[in-house]
Write a new protein. Structure first.
Length: 248
């Protein structure tokens, strides 16, 4: 009974996945010979998954202005600082990622145990009462061996270097800027997407209004794509489904 319920549930899930996969297949078939569409340019704060950033903040410190001076502290230009500092301003993020990690780990464990209990004469008896069977010379004998050998190897290298323009979407009470930038490049039938988001300090922005990605706090950097090549590189949805449900 339990097995039949499991099979019914598995069949239901398979049917639902088949319908979803079928809808996706129909959508892809309708877009044959068509290039992947570009996403519309819109306000990031109006997106359904947008959430304003809330971080622990110190007490705000009032800014002192000198009315008799044309120079403002922190300015890179005589009359106006050209760096991004308010909502809607644009700055260029220089994405430079060069990560390399290598790790080797090996663990070995061996254990061997032997137990042997022998009784040659139990209270002078040579046979078990009522059964008339001879008392064995060895009542308990055990032998166990355990061997464990684990090895791990990690060798990873990632290099990404590009520039993307980001927009200031929020100014935090301490003056830090919340930024978000998205770039889409379509080459033939393949779309490459780059997303950069996080929190930056105005002091880290260079005089040419650029910023290194290493100086972004809570950085979220995503680089990927979609299109014909990406579809070929992905396993079919049926294969992915069975990889998740099969226990072996």
């Amino acid at each position: 009974m339990i097995m039949s319920k499991v099979l019914v549930r598995a069949g239901t899930v398979a049917l639902a996945a088949s319908l979803l996969g079928g809808c996706a297949a129909i959508d892809k078939i309708s877009n044959i010979t068509q290039a992947p569409p570009l996403s519309p340019v819109n306000n990031p704060t109006t997106q359904p998954n947008y959430r304003p950033v809330s971080m622990p903040m110190p007490e705000p410190i009032p800014v002192a202005y000198s009315p008799n001076s044309l120079w403002r502290s922190g300015s890179r230009a005589f009359f106006k600082d050209q760096r991004a500092h308010q909502v809607g301003d644009i700055l260029t993020i220089k994405v430079k990622i060069a990560d390399k990690a290598q790790l080797d780990n090996e663990t070995k464990r061996d254990r061997s145990a032997n137990e042997d209990s022998g009784i040659t004469n139990l209270f002078g008896l040579t046979k078990i009462p009522f059964t008339k069977q001879a008392i064995p010379n060895r009542l308990l004998t055990t032998d166990s061996t355990t061997t464990n050998d684990g090895k791990g190897n990690i060798n990873r290298q990632e290099i990404l270097q590009t520039n993307v323009a980001a927009v200031v979407t929020q100014v935090l009470p301490n003056g830090n800027l919340v930024i978000e930038g998205k770039q889409e490049v379509r080459v033939n039938f393949e779309m490459r997407e780059l997303l950069v988001a996080g929190i930056v300090r105005p002091e880290d922005i260079e005089a040419d209004n650029t910023l290194d990605s290493q100086k972004i706090a809570q950085a979220r950097i995503s680089y990927g794509g979609r299109g014909q090549i990406t579809d070929i590189q992905q396993p079919r949805w049926g294969q992915q489904f069975f990889e998740h449900i099969l226990p072996f």
